[in-house]
Ligand binder design. Structure first.
Ligand SMILES: Cc1ncc(COP(=O)(O)O)c(C=O)c1O
Length: 447
C-alpha cells in the first residue's frame, strides 16, 4: 500500500486504494492525492462520487459525452465487437466497420471532406493532419510549403506537432523548442466583445494576421493554417463575425490549406454536425475526436477533401503505400463499433437538432450570471459557453478553487486558468440547465 491512500465510504479495508503510482494528466497530483475527488459511476447527465453524492456533468466529461453518459447501446456494441473480432492489424488488413464508420463520418462532414483517417485521440488527429498537409504539398510539387500558422490561445493537443501549434505557454515552456516553422496569429478574445452571446462584432480584421505572415514568409512556404472554429479549451472563444470567412479567403488566395480542429466543436456542440456548417465555412481538413465515440472508446479522425486525397494517391506509384503514417490502434474494432453506435444515437435521437433547440435557453441561463461580481466575461454559442472569473492572486488560482467548490456543490466542469467551460450533453433537459445555472450562481456568490 502506498503513502497516500483512499478508503471508500464503506470503510472496507479491502477497498483501500494506493494513490501513489498513478500519475494523473494535467492535474496537480500532490494536491489531488491529499484531497481526492473520485467518480465511480455515471449515467445520463450525472456522475456519482465515491461518497454516493450525485453531481451534474456540465462539461460532458471533457466535451466527449454529447449523448450522455453510459449509453447502453454503445456498451453493447463494444462488448459484442470484442467477442467477435477484438483486434485486427490495421496495416494491410481491415474489418468492415472501419469502412462503415468512415462512410458515416463522411456523410456528416461538409463539402467533399469525404476521406477519413482514424487515430486514437485528438492530439494524434492534429499531428496526422499536419502530415497530410505536408504530404499534399509535396505530392503537388510544392515541397517548400513547411510553415504552419496557428493562433495564440489555441489548443491542439499535446503531441509535439500539436504543442507547437498550440498557443498556451504552460503546455510548451517545459518541453524545449518544439517544432520549427510554426507561427501564431493573435487570438480573438477581445475586451470589445465582452459579454457577447454568439459571434462578436469586433475582430474580423484579425484574420489579416494571416496575410502578414504570408507577406513575411512567402505564400510558397506556408503549408496550412490551423484554427479551432470556437477555441474550446481556453474558454469558448467564439469567432468574430466574418472572421472565419476571411481566413478561408486568404488561404484560398495563397494556396494554403485550412484545417479546422473540431475535436470539441464537432458532433453537435454548435447545433450542426460540425462548426464548419454552423459558420458556413468549409475547410480542407477537419480533425475530430471526443464526440465521435461519445467518449466511450478512445478515437480520433482526420477528414480530408477529395483534392488532398486524390493528389496524394496520384503521386504514389501503383502498389506503393501512399501515406507512411498510421497507428497500431487506427480504426480499432471496438472504437469503430462505439463510433457507429454513437452516430446512430445522434441520428435516431435527433441530438444535433435537440442541442440547437435548447441552445437559446442554455445561453440565456448562462448569461444571466453576468451580474455576479466574480464574473469578468461570458461567451457562448450553441451548447457551449465560457465564463471568465475576475482573477484573484496568481492567474488560474481562482478558477482552480472554483471548479473544486463546484464539484463539492454537485457540479462538474472543466476550468482552464480562470475560465470555466460549460458544455452539457445534448440530451440535457431544461431542468438540467436550471440546475447547472443555479449551482453556478450560488457558487459564484460565495466565491
Ligand atoms: C481542439 C482540440 N484539439 C485537440 C485536442 C486533443 O485531444 P486529445 O486530448 O484527445 O488528444 C483537444 C482536446 O481537448 C482539443 O480541444
Amino acid at each position: 500500500m502506498g503513502r497516500t491512500e483512499l478508503t471508500s465510504h464503506d470503510q472496507d479495508p479491502a477497498h483501500r486504494l494506493s494513490l501513489d503510482e498513478y500519475w494523473m494528466p494535467f492535474t496537480p497530483n500532490r494536491e489531488f492525492k491529499r484531497d481526492p475527488r473520485m467518480v465511480v459511476r455515471a449515467e445520463g447527465m450525472f456522475l456519482w462520487n465515491d461518497q454516493g453524492a450525485k453531481i451534474i456533468d456540465a462539461s460532458s466529461g471533457l466535451f466527449c459525452v454529447n449523448a450522455g453518459h453510459s449509453r447502453r447501446e454503445i456498451a453493447e456494441a463494444v462488448g459484442t465487437q470484442l467477442t467477435q473480432l477484438d483486434f485486427i492489424a490495421p496495416f494491410l488488413r481491415a474489418h468492415p466497420k472501419q469502412f462503415e464508420l468512415a462512410t458515416r463520418v463522411a456523410e456528416l462532414t461538409p463539402g467533399d471532406l469525404d476521406h477519413v483517417f482514424f487515430t486514437n485521440s485528438g492530439s494524434e488527429a492534429v499531428d496526422s493532419a499536419m502530415k497530410f498537409a505536408l504530404a499534399f504539398h509535396q505530392a503537388r510539387g510544392q515541397s517548400g510549403r513547411n510553415v504552419f500558422i496557428a493562433r495564440e490561445r489555441a489548443y491542439h493537443g499535446v503531441n509535439f506537432g500539436g504543442v507547437a501549434l498550440s498557443g498556451l505557454v504552460n503546455n510548451r515552456r517545459k518541453f524545449g523548442p518544439g517544432l520549427p516553422g510554426v507561427v501564431h496569429m493573435r487570438h480573438t478574445h477581445l475586451k470589445e466583445n465582452a459579454f457577447t452571446c454568439g459571434e462578436g462584432e469586433h475582430g474580423a480584421d484579425l484574420a489579416e494576421d494571416l496575410t502578414r505572415f504570408v507577406n513575411l514568409y512567402g505564400a510558397e512556404n506556408v503549408a496550412a493554417c490551423f484554427i479551432e472554429p470556437i477555441a474550446g479549451s481556453t474558454g469558448c472563444l467564439v469567432p468574430p463575425k466574418g472572421y472565419l470567412k476571411r481566413v478561408r479567403e486568404i488561404c484560398d488566395e495563397h494556396g494554403i490549406l485550412l484545417v479546422f480542429d473540431e475535436v470539441i466543436c464537432g458532433f453537435g456542440r454548435t447545433g450542426e454536425a460540425f462548426a464548419s456548417q454552423s459558420f458556413g465555412v468549409t475547410p480542407d481538413i477537419i480533425t475530430m475526436a471526443k464526440g465521435l465515440t461519445n467518449g466511450a472508446q478512445p478515437m480520433g479522425a482526420v477528414a480530408v477533401s477529395d483534392r488532398i486525397h486524390d493528389t496524394i494517391m496520384a503521386a504514389a506509384p501503383e502498389g506503393a503505400i501512399e501515406f507512411f503514417h498510421g497507428y497500431t490502434y487506427s480504426g480499432h474494432p471496438a472504437a469503430c463499433a462505439a463510433g457507429l453506435a454513437t452516430l446512430d444515437i445522434y441520428r435516431n435521437d435527433g441530438l444535433f437538432e435537440r442541442g440547437r433547440a435548447l441552445s437559446p435557453y442554455f445561453l440565456e441561463g448562462i448569461f444571466s450570471l453576468k451580474g455576479s461580481a466574480a464574473v469578468a466575461d461570458i461567451r457562448g454559442y450553441g451548447m457551449f459557453a465560457g465564463i471568465d472569473l475576475q482573477p484573484v492572486g496568481a492567474p488560474g488560482a481562482r478558477g482552480h478553487v472554483f471548479q473544486k467548490k463546484l464539484f463539492d456543490a454537485g457540479l462538474h466542469l472543466k476550468a482552464t486558468g480562470d475560465a470555466a467551460i460549460i458544455a452539457p450533453s445534448l440530451i440535457a433537459e431544461r431542468t438540467h440547465i436550471d440546475m447547472i445555472v443555479d449551482v453556478l450562481r450560488k457558487t459564484l456568490a460565495a466565491l
